[in-house]
Design a protein around this ligand. Structure first.
Ligand code: SAM
Ligand code: SF4
Length: 323
């Protein structure tokens, strides 16, 4: 499917819940958030209908996200069912890792193609500060367990000024072995993220070059996203950067987002979207669901505008969107 600017849209991020086991300081208030009533969240059957419509329109790659996707009951059968939808190719999942260890075998058996784990630190005290939880050991055990499987694994870190700058080099060290990609994601000014400061990509780059020597740009594309990758001598995994604000990649945007409450979001920076839950629950048939997906694609702007002052600026925290 092409959008109005000729970009091919073949990737859908699917948020299955806004509940989460952590309270990351850039994403979720410390006291937690008011949880959306179950009835307002799309059922797995409804999500599968949206995915099937998207697949018919040419979407091939699906990312299961949240909140924390592994806290939703029935997540593994959902992944299995999604893999079986006609036209669906790649199904990946992003998780905070806390219970990933418990699900690894089942997820592999269900056919998941890759897993991203969000991990901002290898230091227990910093983990507690970032996530406001005591789950450090559990998350870390999951990461090491996942590294020991055949699963393609990427680690995502959001460097935040004054919080985890000193974790950048130790985390990157995990790319040395087992082909694990380690990516640094620029903090986005959404919700709580707007109150914190990102660590500039150039500073991250300098820290890494001082520790490991030259980072060489890599042509390789790993997965479906906008990360720019670098190789490091002696490392089997790549180092990636996803810097939506400072190094805009809207020209290569290939995605739509489906929130847990059934909004199809054309762009992360705007709260505009197509209410596909309304279409589903008013008895819309497959053609109507496809029209809604197409409409969301046609609403995609040429580029994001996080400074937009048009009343459309996205103010939700990321746990309600899916990242
Ligand atoms: N709970 C899962 C996890 O943490 O991977 C999936 C959902 S989480 C919202 C998806 C991604 O969004 C995580 O990698 C997280 O670090 C990132 N994220 C959340 N808030 C962010 C923000 N303000 N700026 C940049 N990334 C953010
Ligand atoms: Fe939960 Fe992921 Fe948000 Fe952290 S980033 S609070 S793990 S949804």
């Amino acid at each position: 499917m092409k959008d109005r600017f000729g970009r091919t849209i073949d990737y859908l991020r699917v948020s299955v819940t806004d509940r989460c086991s952590l309270r990351c300081l850039y994403c979720m208030p410390p006291e937690g958030a008011e949880m959306t009533a179950h009835g307002e969240i799309l059922s797995f059957e409804e999500i599968l209908r949206v995915c099937a419509a998207a697949a018919e329109l040419g979407v091939r790659k699906f990312k299961v996200t949240g909140g924390e996707p592994l806290v939703r009951r029935g997540i593994v059968p959902f992944v299995r069912a999604l893999k079986r939808v006609a036209g669906v190719g790649n199904v990946t999942l992003t998780t905070n890792g806390v219970t990933l260890g418990d699900f690894l075998d089942e997820l592999l058996d269900a056919g998941v193609d890759a897993v991203n784990v969000s991990l901002d630190t290898l230091n227990e005290a910093v983990f507690r500060r970032v996530t406001r939880s005591d789950n450090f050991e559990k998350a870390l055990r999951s990461v090491y367990a996942a590294r020991n499987t055949l699963l393609a694994l990427k680690l995502n870190c959001v460097p935040v000024r004054g919080i985890n700058e000193d974790d950048i080099v130790p985390l990157a060290e995990l790319a040395r072995e087992r082909g694990t990609a380690v990516r640094f994601i620029e903090l986005m000014p959404l919700g709580l993220g707007a109150k914190l400061s990102p660590v500039p990509r150039e500073e991250i780059f300098d820290r890494l070059q001082r520790a490991f020597g030259v980072l060489t740009p890599s042509e390789e594309r790993l997965g479906n996203g906008p990360a720019e990758y670098y190789s490091v001598a002696g490392f089997t995994g790549k180092i990636g950067f996803i810097s939506a604000l400072s190094h805009n990649f809207c020209g290569r945007c290939n995605r739509l987002r489906l929130t847990g409450t059934g909004l199809l979001k054309p762009c992360l920076s705007s709260d505009a979207g197509v209410d596909i839950k309304a279409v589903l629950r008013k008895g819309g048939d497959e053609a109507a669901v496809k029209r809604a997906v197409r409409a969301a694609v046609m609403l995609k702007p040429a580029r994001h505008d996080f400074s937009a002052n048009n009343g459309k600026h996205e103010t939700k925290n990321m746990f309600r969107i899916g990242g």
